[in-house]
Design a protein around this ligand. Structure first.
Ligand code: AMP
Ligand code: GLY
Length: 427
């Protein structure tokens, strides 16, 4: 099978690394890729926002299967255009991708299908949003309806902060994404993510993970795309998992199918484990970054046929197996991320570290001769396996120690919740 992967982050390096191991693969391209993906695929320069350029490339290179990584291309409907050109594509339709592209769309589906989630109101004007706010109490959550590069959510601790967030949204800070605002009840609890492949009708649950969204240790500092993750996340017990599959995942899959917009792709459910049971925080219509990096390290099965079966409605009968180990990834980011940061600093010692239990996935990197340079906010994902989350953490940080990059930083406590749970009493 000749495959084109779309994207350039750590998630795409991880997917490409895993797909490259498939006996079904004959050739793997990645557009645009990064310095790390060049080791497992052929990087190609195409504008991935130009759907015609993507389909032209596919025809020229006889591509059988396209795998779309990033949310922007899902929401823009790249999958629809690739399919219209007669090529199989792992990417939900633009209609079903609204699960990620519009918070209001997802909340409405939750209403329709009785999916547990935070109570909410959706407003198209500042006056209506403020009027509703004054009937509620803080803490309260304000969300720009559309995709806002992870910056459209404010968890407001006071009504004044919520007012500011509403005014900010309607003043155009998030462009069209902020033309409509969702105001949500604040949910208390621990967050966990579940990844489920869905072919429109059948599902294949993959695994759980826990992300660390804040920039600094102890979950402080600004929100980021994710500074590290581990998998599995035992905080999601078997019982909670079954409840989520029954009350969240199946109603979503059935609800979208009944509307005539079946979901084909990976459903990434962000959940809050509240005292009243698990509730949906949000859906993403693509794999998580960095959750994918830990997922592929643990996956024993061949990923390529699973993605293909998802895209072709033939998931029934497929299974997935996992190593009986934990995986943990630490993100190395450029100083200043998620705010403004410089580009082009040199990274040394990041290559040649890979082993059975350690893998350094690249995100924002590029090569200049034989020098490796930082070219983005999140730059490297040092990912390790271990018999428990503590061993995985030790191995990942041993990897981080080997890398000399004065302009970079990482958190030193990835996995802390699970380590506290598993080890506080015994060591
Ligand atoms: P989202 O983009 O919807 O995932 O929101 C980003 C983050 O904001 C989530 O990962 C949560 O940490 C937090 N968040 C979103 N909605 C709520 C809510 N209703 N209650 C508490 N925290 C929330
Ligand atoms: N790690 C969060 C995300 O992929 O959205």
């Amino acid at each position: 099978m000749r495959v084109l992967m779309i994207g350039s982050g750590g998630r795409e390096h991880a997917l490409a690394w895993k797909i490259a191991q498939s006996p079904l693969l004959t050739k793997l391209f990645i557009a645009p890729g990064n310095a790390g993906t060049a080791a497992v695929a052929e990087n190609v320069v195409i504008d991935i926002n130009d759907h015609r350029a993507v389909t032209d490339f596919c025809k020229l290179m006889a591509i059988d299967f396209v795998v779309v990584g990033p949310d922007a291309q899902v929401v823009a409907g790249l999958g629809d255009d690739v399919r219209a050109a007669g090529i199989t594509c792992f990417c939900p339709s633009k209609a079903a991708g609204q699960l990620e592209g519009s918070k209001g769309f997802t909340k409405q589906l939750c209403d329709e299908m009785d999916i547990p989630t935070a109570a909410y109101g959706r407003f198209d004007s500042e006056a209506a949003a403020l009027a509703y706010l004054y009937t509620q109490s803080a803490p309260i959550v304000i969300k720009a309806d559309g995709l806002a590069a992870g910056k459209g959510v404010t968890v407001a601790m006071t009504t004044e902060e919520a007012e500011e967030a509403i005014i900010d949204c309607f003043s155009g800070t998030f462009g069209a994404a902020g033309a409509s605002v969702v105001i949500e009840e604040f949910m208390e609890g621990e967050e966990v993510s579940l990844f489920v492949l869905c072919d429109g009708e059948n599902i294949l649950p993959l695994t759980t993970a826990q992300d660390h969204k804040r920039a600094f240790d102890g979950d402080t500092g600004p929100n980021t795309g994710g500074m590290g993750a581990y998998s599995p996340a035992p905080v999601m017990t078997r019982e909670i998992y079954e409840e989520v599959i029954e009350r969240v995942i199946w109603p979503t899959v059935r609800g979208l199918a009944a509307r005539g917009t079946p979901y084909q792709g990976v459903l990434y459910a962000g959940l809050m484990l509240t005292p009243d049971g698990p509730k949906l925080v949000e859906y993403n219509a693509r794999f998580g970054d960095p959750e994918t990096q830990v997922m592929v390290m643990r996956m024993e099965s061949d990923l390529l046929p699973l993605l293909h079966a998802t895209a072709t409605g033939t998931l029934k009968g497929h299974d997935v197996s996992w190593k009986d180990q934990y995986a943990l990834t630490v993100i190395m980011a450029t100083d200043g991320y998620p705010g403004t940061y410089g580009k082009g600093s040199e990274i040394q010692g990041a290559e040649g570290l890979d082993s059975e239990t350690l893998h350094v996935f690249h995100a924002g990197t590029r090569r200049d001769g034989d020098r490796l340079l930082a070219a983005g906010g999140r730059v490297l994902n040092v990912t390790a396996l271990g018999k428990d989350v503590k061993e995985a953490q030790q191995r990942a940080y041993a990897g981080v120690e080997q890398i000399a990059w004065p302009e970079g930083f990482s958190r030193s406590d990835i996995g802390w919740r699970e380590i506290a749970r598993q080890f506080t009493n015994s060591d």
